[in-house]
Design a protein around this ligand. Structure first.
Ligand SMILES: *[C@@H]1O[C@H](CO)[C@@H](O)[C@H](O)[C@H]1NC(C)=O
Ligand SMILES: *[C@@H]1O[C@H](CO)[C@@H](O)[C@H](O)[C@H]1NC(C)=O
Ligand SMILES: *[C@@H]1O[C@H](CO)[C@@H](O)[C@H](O)[C@H]1NC(C)=O
Length: 343
């Protein structure tokens, strides 16, 4: 099934399936990373963050920080989780950097800062049955996927499904790549971040924030591959879609003369191989499991929901780090230098 059909289903309303798909407005963009570098102000590189407003530099897991939120920028108003990724910059020919803004997926227009679309899937995205039983995450659960140091295709191959889609229009979903798109993408560049789906059932986190999770032992989540004995608990597949609005940067005259592409992650990766994402679970009580156990689709999944206007009221968290992160910078915040792709 293709995207056009999914869009059709969304337009029709509520088929009897359970796939959770919703938008979150941007909470804040700054150099904080309570998962990888808790307490470090500023953190090494810039992130864009959505979700509950208790997000801060430390987020001590023993304190169930998301539970302290008084609002969320996500459409499900009982989802105080935090979801974040790095930020994309455009490097101009004269060497200056400008932050690339985001826009929302079609149908979610008006979300502050574009934000991101979040999915919790029981079965592959285009399987409308979504019938498999999955276990929701527990309070204190966190995870990370990707490798900020990956600069080669081989290094990126350790992870499945961290991709880019060069968008010709709002509905483009074809030809995902693991490197940044090499051509001009008229509508923008979508990054898709899909997390592993097998949990060890014990640890809420691990030193590298990944070892407590695993990919299926054979096949993939999409092919219904079984979880390994070491990580026997099948969870939903969490996926982020972030659309980088590259439209103001699409004049080929502004692109590097050597034919390379001009975008670079906030930590200095111009290859795209270091695509990564961070997740801190924060759904209230059993709200997530209840929805996963209900036959529902997208935002027709019951639970408590709020309008985009109300999501936006929670956006604009007061920043902890006072620095310019956007306009024509002489260097990336944190001083990262783009390194050439290694082959
Ligand atoms: C984060 O919030 C928690 C709970 O409110 C608080 O104890 C902690 O000091 C805060 N950390 C920072 C760096 O503001
Ligand atoms: C660098 O190039 C950008 C894009 O062409 C331009 O907007 C900016 O003013 C230039 N900055 C400097 C310092 O030349
Ligand atoms: C996707 O890739 C195929 C095969 O290379 C190509 O024919 C097609 O035009 C591509 N589609 C888009 C939207 O780029």
């Amino acid at each position: 099934m293709h995207w056009t059909t999914l869009t059709g289903l969304l337009a029709l309303g509520a088929p009897a399936t359970a796939l959770i798909r919703f938008q979150c407005s941007q909470l804040v963009v700054e150099r904080l990373d309570p998962l990888v570098t808790p307490g470090e102000v500023p953190s090494p590189h810039v992130h864009q963050i959505v979700g509950g407003n208790s997000f801060n530099a430390t987020m001590d897991p023993s304190k169930d920080m998301p539970g302290e939120s008084t609002c969320t920028t996500c459409q499900f108003s009982e989802d105080f989780s935090n979801y974040w990724t790095a930020v994309l910059y455009f490097k101009a020919r004269n060497g200056t950097y400008k932050r690339v803004p985001q826009h929302s997926n079609a149908g979610f227009e008006g979300a502050t800062g574009g934000g991101m679309t979040v999915y919790y899937m029981q079965d592959p995205l285009y399987d409308t049955k979504q019938a498999s039983k999955v276990t929701a995450f527990k309070p204190g659960f966190r995870m990370f996927v990707g490798d900020v140091n990956a600069r080669t295709k081989q290094e990126a191959a350790r992870f499945r499904q961290l991709t880019y889609t060069c968008m010709d229009n709002a509905g483009s979903r074809e030809n995902e790549t693991v490197a940044f798109p090499a051509r001009v993408c008229p509508y923008g560049i979508m990054t898709s971040v899909r997390f592993p789906t097998c949990w060890d059932g014990v640890n809420l986190d691990s030193p590298n924030h990944m070892a407590h999770m695993s990919y299926p032992e054979s096949g993939t989540f999409e092919s219904g591959g079984p979880c390994p004995a070491s990580h026997p608990v099948r969870t939903s597949q969490v996926m982020y879609e972030v659309i980088w609005d590259t439209r103001q940067f699409n004049d080929p005259a502004d692109w590097p003369a050597d034919g390379s592409q001009p975008f670079v992650w906030s930590f200095g990766d111009p290859s795209g191989y270091a695509n990564h994402g961070d997740y801190v679970f924060g759904w209230k009580d059993n709200a997530l499991q209840n929805i996963l156990d209900t036959k529902c689709y997208a935002t027709s999944c019951g639970g408590k929901q709020q309008s985009i206007a109300d999501m936006n009221k929670c956006a604009g968290l007061k920043k902890t780090v006072d620095e310019d992160i956007g306009e024509r910078l002489q260097q990336l915040p944190g001083g990262h230098m783009p390194e050439p792709e290694r082959r």
